[in-house]
Each structure stands twice: as C-alpha cells, then as structure tokens.
Design a protein around this ligand. Structure first.
Ligand code: ADP
Ligand code: MG
Length: 284
C-alpha cells in the first residue's frame, strides 16, 4: 500500500484537551472468552480514561462484539477482569447498569415507543422497577430525557414513533438514551455500520463531542480504518481475538495496518473504495 493514506492527518484527535491527569474509566485485563472451545477473544487488555475516544479496530470476526459484550456484562467472560472506574465488575459482581451505556449497530430501540419514551428507558436504572414497568417517570426524568434529545439535535422528534425515524436519527436517539443514563463509559459497537456516510459522520461527531465535553470515556468499535483515524485518540487493533497494537492515532502506520489486516491488505487495497481512502481522498 502507498504511504499517502497513512500520512493523512487524523482530523479530530489533535483537539485533545490538556494533557492533565485523567481518571481511568475502564481497565480490561487478560480478558478471554471461547465459544465451543474456540477463542473469540484471548488475553485482551487495555485502558480508557475520561475524555478519551478509543477505537477498537478490526475486521469482521475479530472479536469486537464479544469483547464489548464481556465488558458490558452481557456475556460472562471465561477469564480476566474488567474494572469500571474503581470497581471490579467481572465475575461474580454484576456490572453497574448506570455507569456503562451500550450503543448497538442495530440501534435496539423499541419501535412502537416514541423517541422520548425510548430515551426515558435510559433512566430505568434510577427508578423503582414498578415505575419503569408502568413507564411512570418523574418530571425531572422527562426533562433530562428532553435535554438529551436536544443534545443530539432531535428535540422536535420527541413525540415521533421510533420506527418512523431514519437510521441516523434512530442511532442519535440511542445516543440520547445512553446519555440519559448519565454514564461514565459508553461502549458503541459498530454504531455506524448500518448508516450511510453522512449519518455516520453525524453519529461519530456526536460521540466524539460527548467524550470531549461531557468527559465520558467512549470505546467505539469500527471496521473502517479511515473513520478510526479521523475520530479516535487511540486505536486498539484487534485481530483473531488478540490485541495486535494499542497506539495513539498519530502513530497508526503501515506496519500497524499490516498487523491488523495481514493477508487481507492486498484485497482491501484492490477495492476502488479502499484505494480512494488510501490515496487520502475523503469520500464523506
Ligand atoms: N454466540 C456465539 N456462538 C458461537 N460463536 C460465536 C458467538 N459469538 C461470536 N462467535 C464467534 O466469535 C468470533 C468473534 O465474533 P465477534 O465477536 O462477533 O466478532 P466481530 O464483532 O469483530 O465481528 C467469531 O469467530 C464468531 O463466529
Ligand atoms: Mg461485531
């Protein structure tokens, strides 16, 4: 592959706030999970601090979703540990539902509910179960939900049913729902994989802004190199379930690219879309 692609600057990483001390929000150590005796992730470790946007980059099947599900406590890891803030949350302790918000590729909204009601679901960890079941939320929760919708630019769509919204709008509602949780960490698993380039930019701009302004630590899995390079402060490369590099975005180079994609490099570079990116032509 040519040098040009890797010489292109990361677009947003340099707007990093002061290099002052930052609290570690997520610490993953030696995390391992196998399915039917075959490792999906193996000995995975990395940390993420407040204000940081870290991309987990890897091809399909690399183990990104398994990693995120283990961190979020949606799947029990076979070994290793996950620490959220100061708390150990790997077995046997359950993840603290308030602190970690998860954003999925398929948005995971309740279609028949309004945008506002979906965002209110982010408050379920804060209200008694019976009130959640009856969807009986306080005025303060409703105000917060509206503020979160406003934060993602969708205040006017509050009364609209989720299934009448575009994919980009649905993902922004999912981000608002995550914000309503008042999380310290957001895990976004390929949040733009189902979106067109414009909507993808909107969603990643939002997640990046949330890391910067609200201080939330954001871990975002992606399989597109150019998006990781444009948005991330650091890139953790995952290949066949293992971390093959963990680098500040500015140090992501041809060598790292090769470690990640190995023999797929030739195929990837042959694709016209990849060539445009590798030649440094942004298509979005
Ligand atoms: N529930 C499951 N049962 C069996 N194998 C699984 C399951 N989930 C994931 N895997 C396997 O684990 C590996 C990693 O998958 P995944 O975490 O989905 O990767 P990615 O999200 O990077 O595409 C793949 O080989 C996949 O087939
Ligand atoms: Mg996945």
């Amino acid at each position: 592959m040519g040098q040009t692609c890797l010489a292109a600057p990361a677009l947003r990483a340099s707007s990093d706030p002061a290099d002052s001390y930052r609290e570690v929000r997520l610490s993953v150590r030696a995390l391992t999970k196998a399915f039917h005796g075959r490792a999906a992730i193996e000995d995975v470790g990395f940390t993420v601090s407040q204000h940081e946007f870290v991309a987990v980059l890897g091809p399909s099947g690399a183990g990104k979703t398994t990693l995120f599900r283990c961190i979020a406590g949606l799947l029990a890891a076979d070994g290793g540990s996950v620490r959220i803030g100061m708390s150990e949350v790997t077995p046997p302790t359950r993840i603290r539902l308030r602190e970690v918000a998860v954003i999925f590729q398929q948005f995971n909204l309740v279609n028949r509910l309004t945008a506002l009601e979906n965002v209110l679901a982010g408050r379920l960890g804060y209200v008694p179960a019976w009130r959640g079941l009856l969807r009986h939320f306080d005025r303060s929760d409703r105000l917060l939900a509206l503020e979160c919708l406003d934060r993602v630019g969708l205040m006017e769509l509050a009364p609209r049913r989720a299934d009448t919204l575009s994919g980009g709008q649905q993902q922004r509602v999912a981000i608002a729902r995550a914000l309503a949780q008042r999380p310290t960490l957001i895990l976004a698993d390929e949040p733009v994989a189902s979106l067109d380039p414009n909507a993808s930019t909107g969603v990643l701009d939002l997640l990046h802004g949330i890391a910067r302004s609200e201080g939330v630590a954001v871990v975002c899995s992606l399989h597109q190199v150019h998006l990781a390079r444009a948005y991330a402060d650091r890139i953790v490369g995952l290949s066949s379930g293992r971390v093959v590099f963990d680098l500040p975005t500015a140090r992501f180079d041809e060598n790292a690219f090769g470690q990640l994609y190995g023999s797929q490099v030739t195929d990837a570079v042959a694709h016209p879309y990849s060539r445009r990116i590798l030649e440094g032509k942004r298509t979005m």
